[in-house]
Design a protein. Structure first.
Length: 236
């Protein structure tokens, strides 16, 4: 078992190594909101990684009375397998490659560049679509709570953290309903505090196993959730 850096990792010990602990992503967001209740009405902002992180983050932002913004990051997938990634591109153009996977798959420079270009276009399109649900103000000196629905390898989150740091943000916390302990250790070393309700170990890990109800979140659902939050937030 990996040794967790307990000084900046907050978990719920009663949920350790359990599966099916959340009804759905909304429920995961509710649990995290309780864990971060000290941030209620404060000066933090919630930043959601689409797609799966948005339903979690929306509930959190509503419960904590905090602003919500999308932090778009997309994995760079293999030419022959669009489910497997070897890197990621963030909303500001930040690119990070998993060198071990690049070497293992024997990818050429041309294949890598093509993958980066294709993913960058995808990210730019998604950013344009989602910014209509809420524009970004300046973040200098603010406190960010970066949210996803879980941490498997944690690579996408690492790229998101790198990009968010470049905005001039004051501090970064990460909040996820579930995560593999090895990824928790890796991510915790990059942020101020990491909140994870359900930490699990073992050789086999799937984010979906933490949820009773699980399905993909579409681009349309993401835009609708963000727009709905902005309408409610403006009324407040």
């Amino acid at each position: 078992m990996a040794l967790l850096p307990t000084k900046n990792v907050v978990e719920l010990p009663e949920l350790r190594d359990r599966i099916a602990v959340f009804l759905d992503r909304d429920h995961g967001g509710e649990i995290l909101a309780k864990m971060l209740k000290d941030h209620t009405g404060g000066d933090a902002i919630v930043m959601a990684i689409p797609a799966g992180g948005v339903p979690v983050a929306k509930v959190m932002a509503e419960r904590l009375n905090l602003p919500l913004y999308p932090a778009v990051v997309s994995k760079i997938t293999l030419p022959w397998n669009t489910e497997a990634g070897y890197g990621a591109v963030a909303f500001d153009g930040t690119v990070r490659l998993n060198d071990n996977l690049v070497a293992r798959f024997g990818l050429t420079k041309e294949q890598i560049q093509e993958g980066i270009d294709k993913t960058s276009q995808k990210v730019a399109k998604r950013v344009k679509n989602l910014r209509g649900a809420g524009t970004w103000p300046g973040f200098s000196g603010q406190h960010a709570i970066l949210v996803d629905d879980g941490l498997a390898s944690g690579f996408t989150m690492l790229v998101a953290i790198e990009a968010v740091k470049k905005t001039g943000i004051g501090s970064i916390n990460v909040a996820v309903p579930t995560g593999h302990e090895s990824s928790i250790v890796r991510i915790a070393s990059e942020v101020d505090t990491l909140y994870c309700a359900n930490i699990r170990g073992g050789f086999s890990f799937a984010v979906a196993d933490a949820y009773v109800e699980w399905s993909d979140v579409s681009e349309g659902e993401v835009a609708s959730l963000l727009a709905d939050f902005q309408r409610g937030h403006m009324k407040d």
